[in-house]
Design a protein around this ligand. Structure first.
Ligand code: NAI
Length: 332
């Protein structure tokens, strides 16, 4: 039996992780959960939002499913998500965005994979306030991390039968930092003549994405643009409630929904567990529980087709009702 670390998160985290755990159990996947707590709830008792036991558990199990964790804005502790990515060197953030059956959006031809560099850029957390009226953030881009993520994107494209990798930067303005990211992408592109290579500036990319998303295949971005653009692509397929993601490293991988802890709907049984469920399906594929993953996706689509949806998708089902409907559809 395979052990997987489960971080239940806060806000809507515990509601959606309970839902996903129930569905995975009902689908018969051969896994046990090593449940770990992190975030604001553990700061007082343990002095840190990300205790070493959480890191140790993920290192031991090599795979984790993580529900969202709240980060205080403008003050307080550093994002647990950012710390986890740094500590475990989860260098590649992978966000596939493909239309989901029955989830109606403005477009029905979206099939984009966002590959986001996950360890540096403005997320390096190097900030200072030389005086009360000035603040500085340092953007770090290295050749090592840029080449590694470009290699990941091209390798992913090759293994998953994708046609093109498009690198997204603002190299006309950030000439040195984004310029280096672009240079690395160009160098790696030469090793993959089978995959088309394209370059675009991030502002134009956003405009094109909301007009003609079908033109894009794999997008390769530095950390900050990747964060923003992947929320945009999530919007193209139905919003944050359906967008999945994986943080991949050499030693460990952490699967999570794109969305945050949604404090506005916390504890109301309204949250859509689908994004975490789809991320969990990717995790099941990753650990070779492919049959369970397939079964869950089928049951999920059947549930949506029957009209059972949560409020964010225009339905009236509660999180618990949606969960039960998926479980009921597993056997069919
Ligand atoms: P959010 O993603 O939590 O919420 C944005 C909007 O989408 C809200 O109206 C919310 O109700 C809705 N929403 C999100 N997930 C939903 C779901 N599963 N079902 C239905 N509706 C959903 O973003 P926000 O409000 O900017 O962030 C809240 C907190 O989450 C912040 O502390 C932020 O730092 C944290 N966060 C954590 C992430 C993580 O743990 N990976 C990722 C993004 C944000």
């Amino acid at each position: 039996m395979r052990e997987v670390t489960l971080i239940k998160g806060d806000g809507i985290g515990s509601e959606i992780s309970d839902s996903v755990v129930k569905i995975i159990k009902a689908a018969g996947a051969d896994i046990t959960w090593d449940i770990q707590t992190a975030g604001a709830d553990v700061v007082e008792a343990e002095g840190t939002p990300l205790p070493q036991r959480v890191i140790d558990s993920i290192k031991k199990n090599k795979v984790a499913l993580k529900a969202p964790i709240t980060t205080p804005i403008g003050k307080g502790f550093r994002s647990v998500n950012v710390q986890l990515r740094k500590e475990l060197d989860l260098y590649a953030n992978l966000r596939p965005c493909k239309n989901i059956p029955t989830v109606k959006t403005k477009f029905d031809n979206v099939d984009i994979v966002v590959v986001r560099e996950n360890t540096e850029d403005l997320y390096a957390g190097i900030e200072e306030k030389p005086d009360n009226d000035t603040a500085k953030s340092i953007k770090i881009i290295t050749r090592k991390a840029s080449e590694r993520i470009a290699e990941f994107a091209f390798d992913y494209a090759l293994k998953n039968n994708r046609k093109e990798v498009c690198v997204v930067t603002k190299a006309n303005i950030c000439k040195l930092s984004d310029g280096l990211f672009l240079e690395c992408a160009r160098n790696i592109a030469e090793k993959y003549p089978q995959i088309k290579f394209r370059e675009i500036l991030v502002d134009n990319c956003c405009m094109q994405l909301v007009q003609k998303p079908e033109q894009f295949d794999v997008l390769l971005l530095p950390n900050l643009y990747g964060d923003i653009v992947s929320d945009l692509t999530a919007g193209l397929i139905g919003g944050l409630g359906v967008a999945q993601s994986a943080n991949i490293g050499v030693q460990a991988s952490v699967f999570e929904a794109v969305h945050g802890s949604a404090p506005d709907i916390k504890g109301q049984d309204k949250a859509n567990p689908m994004a975490l469920l789809l991320s969990a399906c990717e995790m099941l594929n990753f650990i070779d529980e492919k049959t369970a993953a397939e079964k869950i996706k089928k049951a999920l689509y059947k549930t949506l087709e029957s009209g059972v949806k949560t409020a964010d998708l225009g339905g009236s089902a509660k999180c618990s009702e949606f969960t039960q409907a998926i479980i009921n559809n597993l056997g069919e």
